[in-house]
Design a protein around this ligand. Sequence first.
Ligand code: LHQ
Length: 261
Amino acid sequence: MSYETILFDQTDGVATITLNRPETLNAFNDTMIRECIDAFKRCGRDPQVRCVVLTGSGRGFSSGQDLAAVQARGQEFSIGEHLRQGYHRLIKTMVGLERPIVGAINGVAAGAGCGVALATDIRIAAEKASFVLAFSRVGLIPDSGLNWFLPRIIGQARAYQLAVTAEKLGAQQALEWGLVNQVAPMEKFQATVASWAQRLAQGPVLAYGLTKRAMNRAWEQSLDQALAYEAYLQETAGRSLDHREGVQAFLEKRAPRFVGA
Ligand code: LHQ
């Protein structure tokens, strides 16, 4: 399938999805939401894809909902329905995708663009990247999963502060608050993202996927439930070719060659 609003590339086990409406700092219109869902689902169906990178073209990551498109819809537009039909599907597809997703946050991530950024698993920010909960500027509350993600990642006091002030959080502060895993200077940004993606793509991606599932599920579980669930998933990981290969490689004092199964 060819896309209108995103670019899709697949090389050496790494699929790269690039939000591509740079004239709006990659604001989400309906087509872009739909195409992102399609692209992530496609990655989930393809065993050749072992890691996904999500980034933006131009100077922004994403400015969130395309406000011009919203205004054009007039008074009858239901934001709740728009969220349920669009962003919720996108966020759940990303969280449910059992491959690591690297968020390559190349510039500003605002509004729903920030929610989508936080639905990635490993976040690498360019030095000039920033996060803006722009919602309160337009009289809205955070959405697209932000009320769930943000307090869990940075704590409620900081999350609430970002929501009510709508102030820009710079990349360095985001690193200190644990919102991103690494900040890279612009000239090293692409190489840093590529190195993360290649490293993840060469790893035991079945185990990476099950880890993502276990950690996401654990938020809603008691300790007993989490222990039971991880034992259940470990049974699967323990029967994988990658587990066998990992142990063999350790004993033979060589680097493992994981196949992702
Ligand atoms: C834009 C946008 C944009 C259209 C920049 N839309 N064109 C969900 C469901 C339904 C309804 C509502 O919302 C939601 C969730 C949300 O996402 S609500 C939050 C929506 N996003 C925002 O409120 C952010 C709006 N943008 C900004 O505040 C700034 O553009 C930021 C802080 C992101 C970047 O500022 P600058 O670097 O100064 O860039 P800029 O403002 O000059 O923008 C560059 C161009 O992009 C500009 O167009 P122009 O033709 O003048 O060059 C903007 O109009 C356009 N653009 N965001 N969301």
